[in-house]
Design a protein around this ligand. Structure first.
Ligand SMILES: *Cc1c(COP(=O)(O)O)cnc(C)c1O
Length: 405
């Protein structure tokens, strides 16, 4: 058993001082299970992170300091992409991508009905028309056949979301995009580091395959900073320049504004943290995968839980480990787990077309049966890089206890 604060407890006999009630609980109990354990992760890289942050403070280069371009180059190398353009968050990244591609109000952008709201939000904010399509019931990712059917003369782009850490079927989507001369904007917020394998054997990293990729460095993402952050990826020089200009108030020369832009920057402190964590990213993905393997082995034969499918064309970096329940009261399961110290989350409980802000006469309940079914049956278990063996045992035991009750 790994104990919290073992060092600081040295010399204290449990139970001999009144204040030891707290220490005792930690000394004999296991660490609290979290959906994402950022504190335990920080402890392992504390020295490097603290030093990197201190360096930024010492130089007071808080905005566009050298750590930003350093991280940019490191990420370009890691992803094998020509341009990484850092920005303030993942939602901004999606918005800037659509601004840089020059979409006009009324243009149609196709995306999945089963996703985080940010994807549709920026489409709506820019006055574009979100066109939703259903997803594959096994991978939860956008269904290319449904995409093809949704294309009209007004379609300007498809936004596949590499949901939960696995690439959408990019080869089929690329074919559709090329055929109709439209753009592919990859929402890579949940899948940084994931690799797509083309049928000819070529391998490319998520976010570098379409016209442009957008990602988020929100703390709980697979590559997360200690605040907000995001970035865009592209191999197109002209588009990269345009993206840089738009993210910087529409100026490429200071105080000369060619277009209406936005102010979206990655803080130097965040870039410094990201450089440290990028070095760990593949190791982090391996740990997430090992945890997923353990869950798969424990629940794969239960008959009541469907373990997440692994597409043959993509590696899975398990941003989330998401089960589908089958003939089980999902909400009762969530409550049962939480009462026993096992957090669980529902990603996502309401499909986009049934969200109040996105109600649209074009869509009604029943239009996206796979998405609607998933919203009723999915449940995500704790998934992070720091899971301890006894925590894992407790999660598996508690889930099985519920299934066998
Ligand atoms: C997190 C996330 C975003 C938005 O990222 P922020 O940095 O929070 O703005 C966009 N799309 C998806 C799929 C996400 O998971």
């Amino acid at each position: 058993m790994r104990c919290k604060d073992r060092e600081s407890n040295r010399g204290i006999t449990p139970g001999t001082h009144p204040q030891n009630m707290y220490i005792r609980a930690n000394f004999f109990g296991m660490d609290k299970i979290q959906m994402v354990d950022l504190k335990a992760q920080y402890k392992r890289i504390k020295h490097e992170v603290d030093q990197a942050i201190q360096e930024v403070i010492d130089t007071t280069a808080f905005i566009n300091g050298p750590a930003v371009s350093r991280f940019q180059k490191e990420l370009e190398n890691y992803l094998s992409v020509k341009h990484v353009i850092p920005c303030a968050n993942g939602t901004d990244a999606l918005q800037i991508a659509m601004m840089a591609l020059g979409f006009k109000p009324g243009d149609e952008v196709i995306t999945a009905s089963f996703t985080y709201v940010a994807t549709a939000e920026v489409i709506a904010l820019l006055g574009l028309k979100p066109v939703l399509v259903d997803v594959n019931p096994e991978t939860f990712n956008i269904d290319p056949e449904a995409v093809e059917k949704a294309i009209t003369p007004k379609t300007v782009a498809i936004v596949p979301v590499h949901l939960f850490g696995q690439c959408a079927p990019m080869e089929a989507l690329l074919e559709i995009a090329q055929k109709h001369n439209i753009h592919l904007i990859e929402d890579t917020a949940q899948a940084i580091g994931s690799e797509y394998r083309f049928s000819d054997g070529r391998v490319q990293k998520a976010g570098t395959i379409g016209t442009i990729g957008a990602t988020s460095f929100f703390p709980s993402k697979n590559l997360g900073c200690y605040g907000d952050g995001g970035a865009l990826f592209t191999n197109n020089d002209e588009l990269a320049a345009k993206v840089r200009m738009i993210a910087n108030h529409g100026q490429s020369v200071r105080y000369y504004h060619d277009e209406v832009g936005v102010n979206s920057r990655l803080d130097t402190i965040q870039a410094a943290v990201l450089s440290v964590k990028l070095r760990e990213l593949d190791q982090y993905a391996a740990r997430r995968r090992a945890l997923a393997d353990a869950y798969d082995a424990a629940f794969g034969h239960s008959g009541k839980l469907i373990t997440p499918a692994r597409a043959p064309f993509s590696t899975h970096v398990f941003h989330q480990y998401t089960l589908q329940t089958h003939g089980v009261d999902r909400d009762a399961m969530k409550a049962f787990l939480e009462e026993r110290g096992v957090p669980a989350m529902i990603y996502y409980p309401v499909p986009l077309h049934m969200q109040k802000a996105y109600i649209d006469p074009r869509y009604k309940e029943g239009d996206f049966p796979v998405t609607e079914q998933l919203c009723k049956t999915v449940i995500s278990l704790p998934m992070h890089t720091e899971m301890q063996a006894e925590q894992l045992q407790h999660i598996i035991h508690t889930v099985n206890q519920f299934l066998n009750a």
